[in-house]
Write a protein that binds this ligand. Structure first.
Ligand code: GLC
Length: 755
């Protein structure tokens, strides 16, 4: 439909119709026969509101959505099509590794392909919009949704956010088998006080602009059709009513012209925050802030028309919001094709296709981070990959588990996943493998909390909780297997329900029931590889100390078991790098590589001086740093060479390069990382910042030059007045394989000669 026609349509709509386009109904109001049943009697919505709402969230399926669309358009006075939205965060049915694991691939191109595959499965299922990517920067492992971010770095998050937007939308969301993206949660949701979900965010504008806004902006520059407001207050003002954040920063500064949707009931929650007296005020503040759609409540539906009639808001304000919603529908071609790509036959063909499974397996392999791989004294060989002929005991609650997807994989099904046991039976000779569950997944008290908080219907086997007698039997079998085997692969970690939305934890350890098993097994057989499943960085001190090898596999998704066996057997050489620091202990949080020096920085890790910015009882540095990850081969990175020592005048840039050599015994992939520090500036600058990276694959003995162009633009930051600038002076530069670097090399940005 042309813009002119769209405007004519808008002008022909009543005020009530326009308001109803700003209402989003939960899919629970529609039963599987696609009729609106969801307890209308106790519904918050009137019959008209239900039948005229502009969009629905939370249901999928080509047949169901077609039925809903047909009925809806028939009843609608202008036969305007519905938008169908869903949280497709890391896959619809083929579940890819959770987003934090996607960050660990340091491979935006690969991540884009996973988003494209997710878009295909969603589009043929009738979905038009996904509530992803999440662009929230996170430095606090206690917060459950760290799993949904791509980590602690603005540069990496910016690349990953843009890659996902492009994967979902292609060049245009109206294209075949593409869906509209929604960058979320604007803004700074990832910095809740105390790591507690939905908590307040206090943040200087400087830090907001330097660290937290870049990834959202990157997603918007990549063309995201929607942005979602966050639950949190930012410096005392809830995002859903934050006029400065939404109108000044999002719409004016970032030039976002798309649809701004609230989070689930986040408009209503402004009352609970103490920012609005009542629903009417909440509706007014939200629409004035520019929030176009009220997700899951009837606050807009009940109050906007009356606010216009009373003159407290203008009808133009409603028109603007309604137009953006209609424009999105038009950009998806829904007026011409209200069912877009929804197709039952294609659903069967595309969902969980071999191609998508292969992509999920490849991505999971690339997301796995090898944290430790000790050499054995007697052989001089590293424990991994598993040496042929070894008998291996796979022990732990994650041996059998098919719950390898996050709680945001809401349409993912455990039965579709490949467990470690299934993969091992496929990949290894029968006579060489043993399996033992060993213990439950979580302590009884964790389980009780989850049952109480999350879902009363969760059974003890859902939660991996066993009675005492069973625990004893499981342990006995595990210890017998450990004693018999040459090698033990312990498959441990955090239950998938212990991360994700509302799953903040004050303790980031592996559940005690599993640690007790770990200790007993390590007394029986010291040749231990520990495979750690988690939705967040965990406190791995004891695991690291007593295991000879450690793999962080996150929540690896549908093909997780196969990917893990690919790495364990050496079919794949691990190359993942940490997108987030692993704290030494929870007391260290927030810990992140791009910290400020302070006036009394430690002079190296061994500095014992008392009067330093430090703890008395633990080190300052994390257990494992951002950007860290080992390989089965050894890469040697030469000292950095600079093409020149200064940038300035006619010399707008310089080149920094290293030679990278594969000095090991097998082909491998290294992520070479560029870090820069501004030594002194008008505001203090981080001790280092990631400014580039490059993944290279080298054969044994092969050497390759890796070069980065250093530009003035790379050195820009927000000065105290909020303006983006760069300042002349000295800089340090590193090119290394993690953020834990040695001495840097200095270069200069010369002062611009003002003529
Ligand atoms: C949730 C989440 C948001 C999600 C929305 C719809 O509460 O905060 O990320 O997209 O509701 O499910």
């Amino acid at each position: 439909m042309t813009e002119k026609k769209l405007r004519e349509l808008l002008n022909d709509m009543t005020l009530e119709e326009k308001v109803n386009q700003l209402v989003q109904i939960p899919g629970s109001y529609y039963d599987k026969n696609a009729s609106v049943t969801g307890g209308i009697e106790n519904s918050r919505f009137s019959e008209t509101q239900l039948n005229q709402a502009g969009s629905i969230l939370g249901i999928t399926g080509a047949k169901t959505l077609r039925q809903i669309q047909e009925t809806y358009m028939e009843n609608h006075p202008h036969h305007i099509p519905l938008l169908f939205m869903l949280d497709v965060i890391h896959g619809l049915r083929t579940i890819f590794p959770m987003p934090l694991a996607l960050g660990a691939t340091f491979d935006p191109n690969l991540v884009e392909l996973t988003a494209q595959a997710a878009a295909k499965e969603s589009a043929v299922s009738g979905i038009h919009v996904t509530f992803a990517p999440m662009a929230d920067l996170v430095r606090d492992a206690r917060w459950g949704r760290v799993m949904e971010s791509t980590g602690e770095d603005p540069y990496l998050n910016s690349l990953m956010t843009a890659a996902m937007v492009s994967g979902f939308q292609g060049n245009h969301p109206g294209e075949q088998e593409r869906i509209a993206a929604c960058v979320k949660h604007f803004a700074a949701y990832g910095k809740p006080e105390g790591g507690r979900e939905y908590s307040n965010v206090e943040l200087s504008e400087h830090a907001l602009r330097e660290f937290y806004l870049p990834a959202y902006e990157s997603g918007i520059r990549a063309g995201s059709e929607l942005v979602m407001a966050s639950f949190n207050t930012l410096n005392g003002i809830p995002s859903s009513g934050n006029h400065w954040l939404m109108q000044e920063v999002l719409r004016k500064e970032m030039g976002f012209g798309g649809v701004l949707i609230s989070d689930w009931a986040s408009i209503e929650e402004m009352i609970h925050h103490g920012f609005c007296q009542n629903e009417r005020e909440a509706a007014k503040k939200a629409i004035e802030a520019g929030v176009d759609i009220d997700m899951a409540t009837n606050i807009y539906a009940n109050h906007l028309a009356e606010l216009v009639e009373s003159g407290e808001i203008t009808e133009a304000c409603i028109d603007e919001a309604a137009y953006r919603v209609l424009r999105l529908k038009n950009r998806l071609d829904l007026f011409e094709n209200p069912f877009k790509d929804g197709d039952e036959d294609k659903e069967k063909e595309i969902i969980l296709s071999d191609e998508h499974r292969a992509l999920a397996r490849k991505t999971a392999r690339e997301s796995i981070v090898l944290l430790k791989n000790e050499k054995e004294v007697q052989t001089g060989k590293e424990l991994l990959p598993i040496h042929s002929g070894e008998t291996v005991a796979f022990i732990g609650p994650y041996v059998e588990s098919k719950g390898l997807h996050s709680t945001w994989a809401i349409k993912g099904r455990a039965e579709d996943a490949v467990s470690i046991r299934e993969a091992a039976k496929e990949a290894m000779a029968k006579e060489n493998v043993m399996f033992a569950c060993g213990c439950g997944m979580m302590n009884r008290d964790n389980g009780i909390i989850l049952k109480r908080h999350m879902d009363e219907t969760l059974t003890e086997s859902d939660l991996g909780i066993f009675d005492e007698q069973t625990e004893k039997q499981l342990e006995k079998e595990a210890l017998e297997a450990a004693a018999k085997a040459n090698l033990v692969v312990l498959c441990l970690g955090e239950h998938r329900l212990l991360s994700g939305e509302a799953a903040s934890r004050s303790d980031i350890g592996i559940p005690m029931v599993q640690m007790e098993l770990f200790r007993k097994v390590s007394e029986v057989n010291p040749r231990i590889v520990t495979v750690v499943f988690s939705g967040r960085p965990l406190d791995l001190r004891e695991i690291s100390e007593k295991s000879m090898a450690v793999l962080e596999v996150w929540l690896p998704g549908t093909e997780g078991g196969n990917a893990i066996l690919d790495v364990l057997t050496g079919a794949c050489n691990p190359s993942g790098k940490l997108p987030v620091s692993f704290p030494y202990s929870v007391g260290q949080i927030p810990v992140h590589y791009n910290e400020y020096a302070t006036g009394r920085p430690l002079k190296g890790k061994e500095d014992t001086a008392f009067y330093r910015s430090r703890y008395l009882d633990i080190p300052n540095h994390p257990l494992y740093p951002f950007g860290y990850g080992l390989s089965y081969t050894d890469f040697v990175i030469s000292p950095v060479e600079l093409s020149r020592k200064t940038i300035g005048g006619v010399q707008k840039s310089l080149k920094a390069s290293v030679m990278v050599r594969n000095a090991g015994s097998r082909k491998g992939t290294e992520t070479v990382q560029l870090y820069i520090r501004d030594i002194a500036a008008s505001v203090v600058r981080p001790v280092k910042e990631l400014k580039g990276f490059c993944k290279i694959t080298l054969d044994q003995g092969e050497e390759q030059k890796v070069e980065f162009e250093i530009t003035e633009e790379m050195l820009q930051f927000h000065a105290a007045d909020g303006k983006l600038t760069s300042e002349a002076g000295g800089y340090l530069l590193w090119i290394d394989n993690s953020s834990d670097t040695g001495a840097g090399i200095e270069f200069e940005l010369e002062r611009e000669e003002h003529v």
